[in-house]
Design a protein around this ligand. Structure first.
Ligand code: FES
Length: 77
């Protein structure tokens, strides 16, 4: 799907730039030209960058998560 119609850049080309390390619209534009003209596609590019970084964040374990210790094998009180 075309994201940047000014330069006919697809979502997969933009994703490739992000996967290669582009962390801003400017970096994406430098890598594949997307977002480098009228700017109307920048919102979508920013969403793609944000989504990529959310996926790469470590999953933190909640202190309220259920215990993985099987019943009866916990610390004796
Ligand atoms: S649509 Fe991407 S710069 Fe115009």
């Amino acid at each position: 799907m075309y994201v940047c119609v000014c330069y006919a850049v697809t979502d997969s080309e933009i994703q490739g730039a992000i996967d290669a390390g582009a962390t801003s619209c400017e970096a994406v534009a430098k890598a594949c030209r997307a977002g480098g003209d009228c700017g109307s596609c920048r919102g979508m590019i920013e969403d793609m960058i944000e989504e990529r970084h959310e996926r790469s964040l470590p999953v933190l374990r909640s202190p309220h998560a259920p215990s993985t210790v099987p019943p009866g094998e916990g610390v004796a009180a």
